[in-house]
Design a protein around this ligand. Structure first.
Ligand SMILES: [Zn+2]
Ligand SMILES: [Zn+2]
Length: 318
């Protein structure tokens, strides 16, 4: 492939993540400057807040959209698509795949494939986003800026390939955040016309409600790759360096109980004690009561006993 062809292929990959996949070296860890431009643009667009001004409505919208999508990422991208900790209908899995994709963290199958790889090789040399292999910033925001990160190993998500609607969302993942941005702009313009007292408009709501919300959501999510493997307490000796961290658990709706999660990834709950706040679990529990999801994998009895024993030993070391 000539240099020009390589550049053009990478521009096509902004919209069609499988474009040119036969010619891309899926093991390369060198920085792909063209492919990464949309990610950089997402960050730079936040600076436009200097020109849009701000309103309470725009900030409230940004926080609400952050929380809804964080729930879709933790509850579905992570606990459903990557780990299958519960069951749901084909329609519900598609709705949450789309909600998750609106977070601009790529498609559900790409996300799950890389995450399954992380669990298999956690903090070992093969782990693509370990702070103990590539350093903190690599684990946070470097690992997906190369073709090894941008590519997806289909073999890791064979169980999902039978759903054409999911492979479509996964392949054209960037269309969903683009559509969300358009809708938010339109909503802001409608509010400017019909509810001018809110002090917002399309441009302001786009920058706060989409760009700033999405960038904050991105950094909160990847803090589990970076910070959760360096900052916090270890309850279980899991063979990696995963940690439990109350603050990260609050920020990520429960994902901060990452050492618990590495001990028993099959559990729908990541807070193993009642006081380990896990908002995603509360949301999933509610959805199960409403009949939207079912067959939630519990924390097994032997893991509950191990948790209590280790906590007792920590309180009374002898
Ligand atoms: Zn981990
Ligand atoms: Zn996991």
């Amino acid at each position: 492939m000539t240099r020009t062809q390589y550049w053009l292929t990478n521009i096509r990959r902004w919209f069609d993540s499988s474009a040119g996949s036969d010619h891309i070296d899926a093991t390369s860890r060198s920085f792909n400057v063209i492919r990464v431009i949309p990610f950089l643009a997402l960050h730079l667009a936040c600076l436009l807040a200097l020109f849009t001004g701000v309103s309470a409505f725009a900030v409230g919208f940004a926080i609400a959209f952050f929380l809804i999508r964080m729930f879709a990422i933790t509850g579905f991208y992570h606990r459903y698509f990557a780990h299958k900790t519960f069951k749901t209908s084909r329609a519900a899995q598609l709705v949450f795949a789309i909600m998750g994709a609106s977070a601009a963290q790529r498609g559900p199958l790409w996300w799950a494939a890389h995450h399954r790889h992380h669990h298999q090789y956690s903090d070992k040399e093969e782990d693509l986003h370990s702070p103990h292999q590539g350093g903190f910033w690599w684990a946070h925001a470097g690992w997906f800026t190369c073709d090894a990160g941008f590519s997806m190993d289909e073999r890791r998500v064979r169980d999902w390939l039978k759903f054409p609607e999911l492979t479509f969302v996964n392949r054209f993942d960037s269309l969903i955040p683009a559509a969300a941005a358009g809708l938010i702009y339109g909503f802001g313009e409608a509010l400017a016309a019909w509810a001018p007292g809110l002090g917002t408009d399309g441009f302001q709501l786009l920058i706060w409600g989409f760009f700033i919300s999405t960038v904050a959501l991105f950094h909160a999510t990847v803090s589990i790759n970076s910070l959760s493997h360096v900052w916090g307490k270890r309850r279980f000796d899991t063979g990696d360096d995963s940690r439990n961290n109350f603050w990260l658990a609050l920020l990520t709706l429960g994902e901060g109980w990452h050492n618990n999660h590495h001990r028993w990834p099959q559990s729908v709950r990541q807070g193993f004690r009642w006081y380990e706040i896990d908002v995603t679990w509360y949301g999933l529990w509610l959805m199960s009561k409403l009949g939207i999801i079912w067959d939630l994998n519990p924390i097994p009895r032997h893991i509950q006993e191990e948790t209590r024993t280790l906590d007792a030993q920590r309180r009374n070391p002898s």
